[in-house]
Design a protein around this ligand. Structure first.
Ligand code: DX5
Ligand code: ZN
Length: 221
């Protein structure tokens, strides 16, 4: 929709975990819209990040909506924990959700927005019969599990096709993209129809994260 400003969701995975308080205060004082937090289990993805104690520790400090990305098997088992951590939005992967409609309903009943995440190889047409029930689609633009990876170019075209599906159905589902996002890839994703950009290393490993967030907010299509 023209005039609707895109959102920036910095990914805490790339932050300095010894100074989480300062990192959250930076997010609070920045133009970031959301904070993105990645929970991994070493089973669905070949890495382990952090779990609910860290989400709980961040909760009282954070003044922005929390966007939780679960990279775990059986995510439906943890809806209560994610809600208790104050999450605004809970993303589950399509690939580990055989009863996705039930999971989406349970997320909404827990007063959260429901997001469905697709791995790079998972086609968008699999969402044809669920997209009307979800608030957001999270497209992975790297293989999930690690920050700092190279952006998969195919995601730009995939974003455009997903946007077409959403418009064709007259929906307002948001599109979030995660992995290898910087100003250059971010601008092309926004042009293709992305609404929310997740960005880890590009923000947190820069000398001036607040300025980088501001520049990402100022991207125009
Ligand atoms: C990757 C995570 C991402 C990650 C993005 O599996 O889902 O959220 O933190 O990091 P960058 O922006 O460094 O690719
Ligand atoms: Zn993520």
């Amino acid at each position: 929709m023209p005039g609707m400003k895109h959102k920036i969701a910095p990914s805490l995975l790339a932050a300095d975990f010894l100074h989480l308080q300062q990192e959250i205060e930076m997010i609070n004082n920045s133009e970031a819209d959301w904070l993105h937090m990645d929970v991994m289990d070493g089973v669905f993805v070949p890495n382990i990040s952090f779990g609910f104690p860290i989400l709980e520790a961040v909760k009282p400090l954070l003044k922005k909506p929390l966007d939780v990305h679960l990279m775990i098997v059986e995510p439906q088992k943890f809806i209560r924990e994610v809600a208790a951590a104050g999450a605004y939005l809970m993303n589950v992967h399509y690939e580990v959700s055989p009863h996705l409609r039930r999971t989406v309903s349970a997320i909404k009943e827990a007063d959260m927005k429901a997001g469905v995440t697709l791995n790079p190889h998972t086609p968008i047409h699999l969402l044809e019969d669920i997209i009307q029930d979800i608030d957001m689609v999270l497209l992975m633009s790297v293989n999930p599990g690690f920050g700092g990876q190279k952006f998969i170019e195919h995601t730009v075209e995939k974003t455009a096709r997903l946007k077409d599906m959403i418009l064709r159905k007259g929906l307002h589902t948001l599109i979030e993209v995660d992995g290898g996002v910087n100003k250059e890839t971010g601008k092309r994703l926004l042009t293709a129809g992305a609404d929310v950009l997740v960005t880890g290393n590009f923000v947190f490993k820069s000398p001036n994260p607040m300025q980088v967030i501001k520049e990402l907010k100022e991207l125009t299509v």
